[in-house]
Design a protein around this ligand. Structure first.
Ligand code: BES
Ligand code: MN
Ligand code: MN
Length: 462
């Protein structure tokens, strides 16, 4: 596969330009104002797959946004890799905090990306990373280097919980049959130290509503005599963590997998500078569960965070009012073995229980999913490790991530196959934030590394 680097060098400008075209499409799945753009993006992905040499490419309708499917079956006796990615992106807001328009991609140099990074919503999560696979396929089909079968399944609802994909997977087990699922939708430690994501956290996302009096009240006439839903909500939320930052919901930790001292020592070997971490976020100190390091807190430990809180008067000036209602959106990141439906139930019961009689509580579950772990003795991990070693000249470090791709656990349940997470993004790439970007180095390195995974995986499957 020596000619991969020359193929990339020869075509890299086109690879970047094609990605730019995809990034110009505002495929925001969360906002129905963009529904036509999401659909147009699915069409663009279909065309890209066809051009890269995929057969039987189709737009598969679902109750929600479509799934783009394609395949290249060269020999049914060879292994099949199923590539998954998503073409939807997060909303761009707050738009005023972007240095350039979110859907008008530009390349700019940064300290971390001296060769330049592509700035646009979705550059890293996940259009850039998904498109690496389409270009890797192009290389493999164009140069006769495809060593096994490949299927593509690119969805448009990852950022809103993948419910149509769950629907699709349950109905298409045969079509999606595979030996391994390959995903680039995570990150790695740094451009000089590759890592492979061996775990994802699960998720339970809920919305809560606290209702006090039946209407907004004058805070002088009624203040002090009736429950203020915002005060109560703040108190209830504060009580969900104790002084050691442990979560206080009874039963919450019952199924949490405790890592052995050896595993924790292994984890601690990953390069990490607390000083750099604090500096990058402009914080004077880190904060979290007692007894765990920063890297443990954001990967092997479950968490509870308020994502949004609102109610009452937030306009200009002052209005003296006790609001009738207060709301919050709360997410819990879960670790393997914690069941997200069970945790959602525990949260609901606890939250209802701790509310004073003076208010009414409503807990509405949104979406969720299970955590996931890839064992490092699996051939998919070993093939990926060899691929990174080849292209980066360094053995990648296994590392659990704090993020979630809830559909991965469902793949294992429905399709009975393991997922290998070959992410090429960096934590500093600002996914879901203003000024999201993806290093040009990372984009091209991904295109170079993916065919090697195909090669080693096919070899090791023999
Ligand atoms: N690609 C991310 C998940 C991710 C990023 C995992 C970096 C590991 C490292 C994905 O698009 C995402 O944002 N997932 C959501 C969950 C979803 C249900 C909205 C998340 O983790 O918040
Ligand atoms: Mn993603
Ligand atoms: Mn995302």
């Amino acid at each position: 596969m020596e000619n991969i680097q020359s193929y990339i060098n020869q075509h890299k400008d086109r690879f970047i330009n094609e990605l730019f075209e995809l990034l110009k499409m505002p495929s925001i799945s969360a906002d129905s104002a963009f529904s036509q753009d999401v659909l147009n993006t699915a069409d663009a992905v279909k065309i890209a797959l066809e051009k890269a040499g995929c057969d039987n490419v189709e737009i598969c309708d679902t109750p929600g946004y479509p799934i783009v499917y394609g395949e290249k079956i060269i020999n049914p006796n060879l292994p099949t890799v199923l590539v998954y990615g998503h073409y939807d992106v997060q909303p761009a807001d707050p738009v005023e905090l972007w240095d350039s328009p979110p859907f008008d991609p530009v390349i700019k140099k940064t300290t971390i990306h001296p060769d330049g990074a592509i700035f646009a919503r979705g550059a890293c999560d996940d259009k850039g990373q998904m498109y690496m696979h389409i270009k890797a396929l192009e290389y493999m089909t164009q140069t006769n280097n495809l060593p096994c079968n490949v299927k593509f399944m690119i969805e448009g609802e990852e950022e809103i919980g993948s419910s149509s994909l769950a629907w699709f997977v349950e109905r298409n087990q045969q079509k999606l049959a595979n030996d391994v699922i390959l995903i680039s939708d995570t990150g790695m430690i740094s451009n000089s130290q590759p890592s492979i994501t061996t775990g994802l956290r699960g998720l339970s996302y809920v919305e809560v509503e606290i209702t006090g009096p039946n209407r907004d009240l004058h805070s002088g006439l009624y203040g002090g005599a009736v429950a203020n839903p915002i005060n109560i909500l703040a108190k209830m939320i504060a009580s969900l963590h104790d002084e050691n930052n442990h979560i206080t919901i009874p039963g919450f930790y019952d199924k949490v997998e405790e890592l052995s001292a050896k595993e924790r020592a292994e984890m601690a070997k990953a390069p990490f500078s607390l000083e750099d971490y604090k500096k990058a976020l402009d914080i004077n100190d880190v904060y979290g569960e007692k007894g765990y390091t920063t890297n443990e807190r954001n990967s092997i430990r479950p968490t509870l965070d308020v994502n949004g809180i609102w109610g009452g008067y937030t306009g200009e000036g002052a209005k003296t009012v006790i609001a009738s209602k207060a709301y919050a959106k709360i997410s819990m990141r879960l670790v393997p073995n914690q069941d997200w439906k069970e945790i959602t139930e525990l949260f609901k019961n606890h939250f209802e229980k701790i509310a004073p009689k003076a208010v009414k509580v409503k807990v509405t579950p949104h979406h969720g999913g299970q955590g996931y772990v890839t064992p490092i003795d699996n051939i998919c991990y070993q093939a990926a490790s060899k691929a990174y070693e080849h292209t980066f000249g360094k053995t990648p470090i296994p590392q659990r991530s704090g993020g979630s791709i809830p559909i991965v656990a469902l793949f294992e349940k429905e399709l009975k196959s393991k997922t290998i997470l070959m992410g090429f993004g960096l934590d500093s790439d600002a996914i879901h934030s203003p000024n999201e970007h993806f290093g040009v180095f990372n984009y091209l390195k991904g295109i170079e590394t993916i065919p090697l995974f195909f090669h080693y995986f096919t070899e090791m499957s023999k």
